[in-house]
Design a protein around this ligand. Structure first.
Ligand SMILES: [Ca+2]
Ligand SMILES: [Ca+2]
Length: 339
């Protein structure tokens, strides 16, 4: 740069000596005037580095703020989970990453039939979950906690101790959409898993506390997922606990109802007169609207509606979920706190 300046200075002297026309002199002056500014510029490699950093920053900003839906949620959660100075590890943060905006990858299914003293629903029982077309039971998961085995439960438990456990099926902070027999009631956020083992059958059962809410029904199914749990709306039949809806979306409505055959109670799917047995039930429940409940909800998000049957006895509750595939009924999830 300095050499160029000197060269121009020499040229300028030469112009003076040789009586160069005014317009050429002016050109030299302009070049010389602009020299200090040129000197201030960064070398080219620095400029490239700054430009590359700027482009990278813009791309990251776009991803962080503008990518819609799940991906945006994942990135935000991942960003939020970065260890912060002064925080004690990031175990809690990692757990949050597994949940994208209240959604657990195992899509837990819960039911509730318990009202608190204010008449509101504030806790729910876990029925199981599903992921990538597979059904999951509580027993498919590792459970980590203070009391997790039959033997543990023989030990004395502290007063007011709540047996929170760590299990991938329900991490806490899941948002559940609760459905009644014919509609979506609303959404409620659930807490961490609480493990119980009823002595009657030794089964591992999970309960979650939920934000309390009111409903004009007394048996609700909660799903954790973005899909519509009631893609087709069941219509009540004239008989108790009977509903009609196109369960498997094949264009034909199925009726689901309890009936008595040969002295035995059962729930059937009636496909225009062709009956498919779903489950045998207690005789007393056939005409009973309190002990028996039937709900039709898509609990795994495949567009087909599952049949959830609850039988309630003085000594406990049994809830089974069935799916209808190719006119075959298959039990997919179950809950029982009695024999
Ligand atoms: Ca159908
Ligand atoms: Ca389904």
């Amino acid at each position: 740069m300095k050499r160029l300046e000197e060269a121009l200075e020499i040229e300028r002297e030469r112009y003076k000596r040789e009586q160069v026309p005014e317009q050429f002199k002016r050109k030299v002056e302009i070049i010389l005037e602009n020299l200090p500014e040129q000197k201030r510029r960064f070398p080219s490699w620095t400029r490239r580095l700054v430009a590359a950093a700027a482009v990278l920053f813009i791309i990251c900003s776009m991803i962080y703020f503008q990518v819609p839906g799940k991906m945006g949620g994942i990135l935000k959660q991942a960003f939020n989970s970065l260890p912060r100075k002064g925080s004690e590890g990031n175990k809690e943060e990692i757990k949050k990453v597994a949940l994208v905006e209240g959604e657990n990858i195992y899509h837990p299914v819960v039911f509730t039939n318990y009202r608190n003293e204010k008449g509101e629903f504030s806790k729910a029982q876990v029925l199981g979950g599903s992921k990538d077309g597979k059904w999951f039971s509580i027993t498919d998961f590792n459970i980590v906690g203070k009391y997790t085995t039959d033997a543990d439960f023989q030990k004395p438990m502290e007063k007011d101790f709540i047996n929170y456990v760590d299990i991938d099926l329900v991490k806490g902070n899941e948002v559940y959409s609760f459905y009644s027999n014919t509609k979506l009631i609303g959404k409620s956020k659930g807490g961490k898993s609480i493990l119980t083992i009823p002595p009657a059958n030794g089964a591992k059962l999970l309960e979650v506390q939920t934000n309390s809410f009111k409903a004009d029904d007394d048996f609700l199914i909660g799903i954790n997922g973005q899909w519509n749990g009631m893609p087709r709306v069941p219509e009540g039949l004239w008989r108790p606990n009977g509903y009609s809806v196109d369960l498997d979306n094949d264009g034909t409505e199925e009726s689901v109802y309890p009936e008595m055959v040969n002295g035995k109670g059962r729930v059937v799917i009636d496909k225009k007169g062709d009956k498919i047995l779903i489950q045998e039930i207690a005789k007393v429940h056939v005409d009973d609207t309190k002990g028996l409940k039937i709900r039709l909800v898509d609990i795994n998000g495949d567009g087909n509606m599952e049949i959830i049957i609850r039988e309630s006895f003085y000594y406990g509750t049994i809830v089974n979920a069935y799916e209808l595939v190719d006119n075959q009924v298959k039990k997919v999830l179950q809950y029982s706190n009695c024999e």
